[in-house]
Design a protein around this ligand. Structure first.
Ligand code: AMP
Length: 180
């Protein structure tokens, strides 16, 4: 939700690994078929697969006005690989927007989204629980990785879409004015 609003405002290139994987599934590619069974269970797709996708996207969209990574990096290994890729491209992460939302609220958002998204991984209670467990185990450490370089800003992710959007914009504007 917030990614769509941010790319509309700032003109960043949106790189959502989940969206790329869902389009591979829709196109019935070998990668998509391999990823589908993991995604249906709420498990992560192997690091090398998503890193390869991001590496290709960085080459494809060279010269754009910044990237918004969404759902990536989801493990410390992915974050380390991204650092190397960005280094190679003589760029780096500007800011990591860390949205804080209680688990019950996340579950209720997934259940609501399932009504329109058609995503089987939103609808099933066991899969929802699995996704949240994997998030705590594998993805939360990514915040620590970026805290080392002081890139993380924590944002209260509960409230109206517009209020949260304003908080995110303030942080991005702050970061952009610092880097000028
Ligand atoms: P999302 O659309 O970001 O919620 O991702 C949906 C599913 O795609 C996840 O539950 C994973 O199975 C897979 N996926 C998306 N991004 C990644 C990633 N960065 N690393 C591993 N698996 C991913």
């Amino acid at each position: 939700t917030q990614s769509e609003k941010l790319i509309a405002k700032y003109g960043f290139r949106h790189l959502s690994t989940g969206d790329i994987l869902r389009s591979e599934i829709a196109n019935k590619t070998a990668l998509g078929m391999e990823a589908k069974s993991l995604m249906d269970k709420g498990q992560l797709v192997p690091d090398e697969v998503v890193i390869g996708m991001i590496s290709t996207a960085l080459d494809t969209y060279k010269g754009v006005n910044g990237f918004l990574f969404d759902g990536f990096p989801r493990t410390t290994a992915q974050a380390e690989a991204l650092d190397k890729l960005l280094d190679f491209n003589k760029t780096s992460i500007g800011v990591v927007l860390f949205l804080q939302v209680p688990q019950e609220e996340l579950i209720s958002r997934m259940v609501n989204r399932a009504k329109t998204s058609g995503r089987s991984d939103d609808a099933d209670e066991n899969v929802q629980r699995n996704r949240l467990e994997i998030y705590s185990r594998d993805t939360l450490p990514v915040a620590s990785h970026y805290r080392k370089s002081d890139k993380v800003v924590e944002i209260e992710g509960v409230g109206s879409v517009d209020d949260i959007f304003q908080l995110l914009c303030t942080e991005i504007d702050n970061k952009m004015s610092q880097s000028i």
